[in-house]
Structure formats: C-alpha cells, structure tokens
Design a protein around this ligand. Structure first.
Ligand SMILES: NC(=O)c1ccc[n+]([C@@H]2O[C@H](COP(=O)([O-])OP(=O)(O)OC[C@H]3O[C@@H](n4cnc5c(N)ncnc54)[C@H](O)[C@@H]3O)[C@@H](O)[C@H]2O)c1
Length: 252
C-alpha cells in the first residue's frame, strides 16, 4: 500500500477493462487519479466507486485523437496539481481488416488513437510531468508489436511504433526526470478482446499456445503498470515488459 502516495496519475482509456483496473489499483496505492475516456459514463462511475472506497479520483471525458480534448484532459490534471507524476497512455481500439482492403482512413482510425494519442498526450503533459521531478510515463504496447494475428496489421504497426517511441522518449526525456516504459499484454479478457477470448474455438487455440494455459486478468496487468509507474522501477526506463503468460515465447 502507498506506493503512489500523494502522486497524481492520469490514465487514458480508463473506462475500459485495463484502464479501470489500473485506476482502482493506483487509487488504492494512494494516487489521486484522473480517469479519462471517450465513455464519460464509465469513468464517472469508476471515479465514484474509487471515492466510495476512500480513494481520490476525478474524471474528464475526451478523445485522444482531438487536440482540444487532449488539452482539456491535461487541464483537468492541472486542476488537481501542477505536477503530474504518472501518465498512462492506454486508450485504444481494435480494428480487423485485410491489408488489401484498408485505405488511408482505415489506417488512420487505428494509428490515430494508439500512436498519435500517445504522442499528443505525452507532448501536452510535458510541462506537468517535468514539474513532478521524477515522473513516469507508461505506454500500452502489446504482444502484437512483435507477433502476427490475422487482420491486425494496423494494430500491430501502432503497437510496434509505441514501443519504438517509448524507447526514444526514455532517452530524450531522462534529463527532465521522466521515465518512459511500455507494457506488452497478451490476451486479457476485456471489451476489446472478447471476440477472441469468448469464442470457443479461437480461445481454445490461443490457450493451447499459452504455457500458463489461461488468460491474464486486468488486475495482473495493473500490477505491472503500478511497478512501472512507481519508484519500484526508479532505475528502469525505455523497457518493455511482456504480460502474456509466456505466450510470445511459445512456438507451439
Ligand atoms: N486486453 C488485452 O488483451 C490487451 C492486450 C494488449 C494491449 N492492450 C491494450 O491495452 C489498452 C486497453 O485495452 P482494453 O483491453 O482495456 O480495451 P477496452 O476496450 O476495454 O478499453 C479501451 C478504452 O479506450 C477508450 N478509447 C478508445 N478510443 C479512444 C479515444 N480515441 N480517446 C479516448 N478513449 C478512447 C474506450 O472508450 C475504452 O474505454 C489498449 O491500448 C489496448 O490496445 C490490451
């Protein structure tokens, strides 16, 4: 307990499975959490739940693909404190399509929230992150950054780019006391992955590939995010952590 005591954490996509689990865990660890998402109802309910459990939370509805919304999210964090200790770039979508059917707009619809969202949010947050004198940025990449799954070329491209961006920013932002790390979850049942994890045949195939023979939980991902967000990882930057039950190691 208390690993984020009196720190301020802004989490995008906090209305979804992984983001909400992070928001709850971070608040339980003492953080003042700002939940942001396109889905205002989900983050309002999440913030209320955190407050009812004795934590501190606020929420701001917004789209990471819109510059004005990004400014509003950062302004919401600034109202809590002029210092932002943790930024989790977690918002994103999943679009499946064959490469040969994808026009520019289709590519943009995936690259924009994942990659550009991460770029815009981090850029806009820089003054607050710098003011924290020891901030952590945690970016959501994926097992798909290095692996193939049918019809996910745009998603894989975005997640690989987020890994590369994280490594570059780790070096570039170190002089400002900002660490930048990323996580690569495998298959965690959420609204995004239900089409895989809830499908009898598909999930059977996926589980057969997983040495641990089970899907991960949002709470297990949140614990790794907490490690990267807190001083427990104070000497780690530019690193990516797989949270995939060993799936990416297994050729079977
Ligand atoms: N669940 C997994 O197995 C898994 C694996 C690897 C990576 N990830 C990544 O983790 C992150 C969270 O995924 P999840 O599984 O919790 O999915 P989810 O669908 O439950 O949550 C995603 C959230 O992002 C929000 N969002 C989408 N586009 C947005 C935008 N433009 N602006 C603001 N908010 C937006 C959605 O409203 C939703 O609440 C994503 O970046 C995803 O790619 C998830």
């Amino acid at each position: 307990m208390g690993r984020l005591q009196d720190r301020v954490a802004l989490i995008t996509g906090a209305g979804g499975g992984l983001g909400m689990a992070m928001a709850k865990l971070f608040a339980a660890e003492g953080a003042d959490v700002v939940l942001s998402d396109l889905n205002g109802e989900a983050i309002e309910a999440g913030a209320a739940e955190i407050a009812a459990a004795g934590g501190r939370a606020s929420f701001v509805t917004g789209d990471v693909t819109k510059e004005d919304d990004v400014r509003a999210m950062i302004a919401a964090a600034a109202r809590v404190s002029p210092k932002l200790h943790v930024l989790v770039n977690n918002a994103g979508n999943l679009l499946r399509s064959d490469f040969r059917h994808m026009d520019d707009a289709t590519w943009e619809s995936v690259l924009n929230p994942h990659l550009w969202g991460t770029i815009r949010m981090t850029r806009a947050a820089l003054p607050l992150l710098t003011a924290a004198k020891g901030a952590a940025v945690v970016n959501l990449s994926s097992i798909m950054a290095t692996q193939h799954l049918r019809q996910l070329s745009a998603y894989s491209t975005a997640k690989a780019a987020i890994a590369g961006l994280s490594r570059s920013l780790a070096v570039e932002l170190a002089p400002y006391g900002i660490r930048v790390n990323y996580m690569c979850p495998g298959f965690i049942p959420t609204a995004m992955t239900g089409r895989y994890t809830d499908h009898p045949q598909v999930s059977k195939g996926l589980l057969a590939q997983m040495p641990m023979r089970r899907f991960g939980t949002p709470e297990e991902v949140a614990k790794v995010a907490l490690f990267l967000a807190s001083d427990d990882s104070a000497y780690t930057t530019g690193e990516g952590i797989m949270v995939d039950g060993g799936m990416s190691l297994n050729l079977v």
